[in-house]
Design a protein around this ligand. Structure first.
Ligand code: IMP
Length: 450
C-alpha cells in the first residue's frame, strides 16, 4: 500500500495469501467500507460467521448497498463471494438480497453458499422473538439480550443440538428435509402452538410441517445452483496462488466466547472463526485488520462502560448516523474504550488497525478516551469478558485535545490537524498495533492510507 507523505512512521505491509477484516468493538465499525477497499487485491471474499443480523453498508459510485448475508466482494465482478459453513443462512433473505442486487445491475454469478451452512428456519425467528419477549417481561427487562430477532441464536443452538438441524444441502434432499422438519416441529410443538394463537391461517401455515417443507423446497431449488463445497473452493483459490479476504460479521465484543457474555451473538466473530467457519486454517492468515470506530457504539443490551447520555452522545449519534443497518435501532454511543480495543486486538492478533469515523469527532473541544477501569475498588487495564463484571466498571479517562476543523476532505496523515494525528498516535501507542488506515467519511476516496 502507498505510504502517505510527511509522516515519520513506516510499517511494512506483508503480501499474505489471506487477510481478515474483523471488528474490534460491538459491531458496526465500518467493516464494509474496508472490505470494499481491500477486495480488489483479493480473488475471493468470504464470510465465516453470523447471519442476516449483520449489516454492511457500502457506497459505490454514489449508490448505497446494504448487505446482510452476501459478502461485499460481490460488488466486484469476477470475484468469488463465498458464504462459508459457519454462517447461518436465512435462505429467503438471501434470495431477497440476490434479487435486490440484480435489480441494481450487480452481477451475482460469483456467489457460492456452503452446503454445510445451517439454515435459519421460520421457527428460529419465532423462538428468538418469544424468548426476547419473555426476557423483556422479567426483572424490568434487564435479562433481554436485545437481539435482532433474526433467529440467529436459535439457529446456532439447533446446529449444536443436531437432531433437527437443517443445512443448506438438505434443502435439496427431500427425504432428509421432511424428516428434519418433522422432528423440529415435534420438538417445538408447544412453542409453535403458543405462537399460533390468534394468528392468521397463513401465519399458522408458515410454521406447519407441510408449509415449511413446501417453502424450504422451493427456496432450495432456487438456491441449488449456488450451493457448493466452499471449503474446497477456497482451498482451490489458495492452491492456484490466489488470495482470500475474510469478512467477519458483528464484532469481537459480541463473540460468543470472548465477548461480553451473555450479551453477545451466537457465533465466533473473532478471527479464529475463520478456521471453523470457512475451513481455512489459521496458518494461512497473515494479515488481520482490526476495525475500530473513533468512539464506541453498541446496539442491544449489555454493558457499555463509556456510554454517553448527554448532548455529546446525541451529537455523535446524529453526525455518525448511528442507526442500525439491519433493524434501524438507534445505537448507544460512548467515548472510545481503548481497554476494550486493546483486548480485541490481542484476541484477534491484529497486525494493523483501521480507525473509522474520525471525522465525526471534529468540532469537540476535548475528547475522552478510556484507558483503565475501576472495578471493586481496584484499577485495572484488563478487559473482563463478562457482562456482570464489566457492568460494575467505572471508566478512567484520559482527556485528549479536540480538533476543530472538518477533516472529511483530508487525504494524508500530514494534512490532519495535529490534535487528530495525536489521537491516532495515542491509539497506536496504547494498543501496540500500527494504525494503517484512517477513514474520514463514507466514500471510498475519504480514506487515509499510511
Ligand atoms: P443476535 O445476533 O440477533 O442474536 O443479537 C445479539 C446481540 O448482538 C444484540 O445485542 C444485537 O444487537 C447484536 N448484534 C448482532 N449483530 C450485530 C451487528 O451486525 N452489529 C451490531 N450489533 C449486532
Amino acid at each position: 500500500m502507498p505510504q502517505s507523505g510527511g509522516h515519520d512512521r513506516t510499517f511494512a505491509t506483508p503480501t499474505p495469501s489471506c487477510t481478515a477484516v474483523v471488528g474490534l468493538q460491538w459491531g458496526d465499525e465500518g467493516k464494509g467500507k474496508v472490505v470494499d477497499l481491500l477486495a480488489p487485491e483479493h480473488d475471493a471474499v468470504a464470510r465465516y460467521n453470523g447471519g442476516a443480523n449483520a449489516g454492511h453498508s457500502v457506497v459505490v459510485d454514489g449508490k448505497r448497498f446494504s448487505l446482510h448475508l452476501i459478502p461485499s466482494g460481490i460488488l466486484y465482478p469476477g470475484k468469488r463471494a463465498i458464504v462459508g459453513n459457519g454462517v447461518v443462512v436465512d435462505p429467503w433473505k438471501l434470495v431477497e438480497e440476490i434479487d435486490g442486487l440484480a435489480s441494481k445491475g450487480v452481477d451475482t454469478s460469483g456467489l457460492r453458499v456452503s452446503r454445510q451452512a445451517h439454515v435459519v428456519m421460520p421457527y428460529h425467528k419465532v423462538e428468538d422473538g418469544l424468548r426476547e419477549d419473555l426476557l423483556s417481561r422479567r426483572d424490568g427487562g434487564s435479562a433481554a439480550i436485545g437481539t435482532t430477532r433474526r433467529g440467529i441464536g436459535p439457529a446456532y443452538a439447533e446446529k449444536v443440538q443436531r437432531a433437527a438441524a437443517i443445512r443448506m444441502g438438505d434443502l435439496v434432499r427431500p427425504a432428509v428435509l421432511r424428516e428434519r422438519v418433522q422432528v423440529a416441529c415435534d420438538l417445538k410443538a408447544g412453542m409453535l402452538a403458543e405462537w399460533s394463537k390468534g394468528r392468521t391461517d397463513v401465519e399458522r401455515m408458515s410454521v406447519s410441517v407441510n408449509g415449511l417443507i413446501d417453502a424450504a423446497t422451493a427456496v432450495g431449488e432456487r438456491l441449488r445452483p449456488l450451493m457448493a463445497d466452499t471449503t474446497r473452493e477456497l482451498h482451490g483459490v489458495l492452491s492456484r496462488g490466489g488470495r482470500i479476504l475474510f469478512e467477519s460479521a458483528n464484532g469481537t465484543l459480541l463473540d460468543v466466547d470472548h465477548g461480553t457474555f451473555p450479551f453477545v451473538t451466537g457465533s465466533s466473530c473473532v478471527v479464529a472463526g475463520v478456521g471453523t467457519g470457512a475451513g481455512v486454517p489459521p496458518t494461512r492468515l497473515k494479515r488481520v485488520v482490526g476495525i475500530m470506530k473513533a468512539y464506541s457504539t453498541r446496539v442491544g443490551a449489555g454493558p457499555l462502560p463509556t456510554e454517553l447520555h448527554d448532548e455529546i452522545g446525541h451529537r455523535i449519534r446524529e453526525r455518525g448516523r448511528e442507526y442500525g443497518t439491519t433493524t434501524g435501532r438507534p445505537r448507544r454511543v460512548g467515548w472510545l474504550d481503548l481497554v476494550a480495543v486493546r483486548y480485541s486486538a490481542m484476541i484477534n492478533g491484529a497486525t494493523g488497525i483501521c480507525i473509522t469515523l474520525l471525522d465525526v469527532l471534529a468540532g469537540l473541544e476535548s475528547i475522552d478516551v478510556c484507558t483503565a477501569y475501576d472495578i471493586d475498588g481496584e484499577r485495572t487495564a484488563d478487559f473482563p469478558a463478562d457482562a456482570a463484571t464489566l457492568a460494575g466498571a467505572t471508566p478512567v479517562y484520559r482527556s485528549l485535545e479536540g480538533f476543530g476543523a472538518d477533516i472529511s476532505a483530508v487525504r494524508s496523515m500530514a494534512d490532519l490537524p495535529a490534535a487528530a494525528r495525536r489521537y491516532v498516535d495515542f491509539v497506536e501507542d496504547f494498543t501496540g498495533v500500527p494504525v494503517e488506515i484512517v477513514s474520514v467519511g463514507p466514500g471510498r476516496e475519504q480514506t487515509i492510507i499510511r
